[in-house]
Write a protein that binds this ligand. Structure first.
Ligand code: AMP
Ligand code: MG
Length: 342
């Protein structure tokens, strides 16, 4: 398939945005920039188009998609009901990196929800994403625009690497500022449950949802055969081809560990504070307490590991605070749940 590249650094790229909208309306697949990561979009009402997303990504078909909207109007077409707590969170966190799971309407095909009776909904904040949803005139089902299993794309170049020739168009916009996927909360159970940490933090959520439960899949590996509330969290994910080992320690203990084990690793993914003490090749995720910068840089760094040919990487685990929790959640999956606590 020939893939069109549509350049839309901002909403002044009217023709490109209109073209993306037209393709989506016709049931084509278009990768679009959002503030979290790039998404691979199709009309959420078009069963066939949605099935093609799974094929293009090589995504297991029991892993549901998120439906993206640009305003609240289509909510009543997408959801059977919006529980009060969900509605309060939508008002607080939309537009933004927050996804609510609620009971699904009949209009949403089961290919979107992977057979579940619930649907995930998000209103992105990114101006180009919003303009494309408006131009398409339908809600867009969109998972991250990477090949299944590889790190999510935060630049148009990442999408081109993974999906060139597999989708109809790629909208080339700016780099994703949040850098990790949205926070996912299900309201289909009481109390509400966090399934995936993201740009909206647990601390922010708890101000509104004091009884929020953190699903155990957020920080640990689901047991084999266990039924999981968040299908996406059970897969090995976000992983470079290199082996990644995550080490949870303060900066001093981390650098001592890296130097002592320098035979076993060929690269260190750490924080600015670690750099001066480390002898191995080093890449930085930003400052130890700057969780937003870590989130913004993480997926690009994971891709660079393979591009630079590293095989055995040791990564410094962030603190599980603020957006650091989302970084920890992605890194532990990139590491196949291999963590050394010092
Ligand atoms: P992605 O867009 O690639 O970040 O994937 C969407 C994420 O949302 C995956 O982790 C899914 O498992 C999760 N998700 C989407 N819909 C549902 C749903 N109805 N129930 C539970 N998790 C969902
Ligand atoms: Mg994904």
């Amino acid at each position: 398939m020939k893939t069109e590249i549509l350049y839309a650094p901002d909403i002044s790229a009217k023709d490109q945005i209109a073209r993306a909208g037209k393709l989506l309306k016709k049931g084509k697949l278009v990768a679009i920039p959002t503030e979290t990561v790039y998404g691979l979009a199709a009309s959420a009402y078009n069963e066939k188009a949605v099935e093609n997303i799974f094929i293009a990504k090589g995504r297991p078909n029991d892993n549901p998609l998120i439906v993206h909207i640009s305003d609240e109007k289509p909510l009543s077409d997408i959801a059977k009901e919006i529980p009060e707590a969900a509605s309060i969170c939508m008002k607080a966190f939309w537009p933004g990196p927050f996804t609510a799971i609620v009971p699904k309407s009949d209009k949403i095909p089961y290919s979107v929800s992977a057979g579940l009776e619930t649907v995930a909904i998000r209103m992105p904040q990114h101006p180009v994403a919003r303009a494309i949803i408006k131009a398409a005139g339908v809600p867009l089902a969109a998972p991250s625009a990477n090949l299944s299993g590889s790190p999510s794309p935060t630049t148009a170049q990442h999408v081109i690497e993974d999906l060139m020739g597999r989708v109809h168009a790629i909208v080339s916009g700016d780099d994703s500022k949040v850098g990790v996927e949205s926070t996912v909360v299900t309201f289909a159970t009481t109390p509400p449950r966090l399934l995936r940490p993201g740009g909206i933090t647990v601390e922010q959520l708890k101000e509104i949802l004091p009884d929020l439960v953190i699903d155990q899949a957020v920080l640990s590996e689901p047991e084999k055969g266990q039924k999981v509330a968040s299908p996406g969290m059970k897969y090995k994910h976000y992983a470079p081809k290199a082996l990644v080992t995550m080490v949870s320690a303060d900066s001093k203990a981390f650098s001592e560990y890296c130097n002592k084990n320098s035979e076993g690793y060929d690269m260190v993914l750490g924080f600015e504070e670690d750099r001066k003490n480390i002898t191995l090749p080093f890449e930085s995720l930003g400052k130890e307490k700057d969780y937003r910068s870590q989130a913004e840089l993480l997926f690009a760094r994971l891709r660079e590991i393979d591009q630079k040919g590293y095989k055995n990487v040791v990564a410094h685990a962030p603190e599980k605070k603020g957006v650091g929790l989302a970084v920890y959640n992605r890194l532990i999956r990139a590491a196949g749940f291999k963590v050394i606590e010092l």
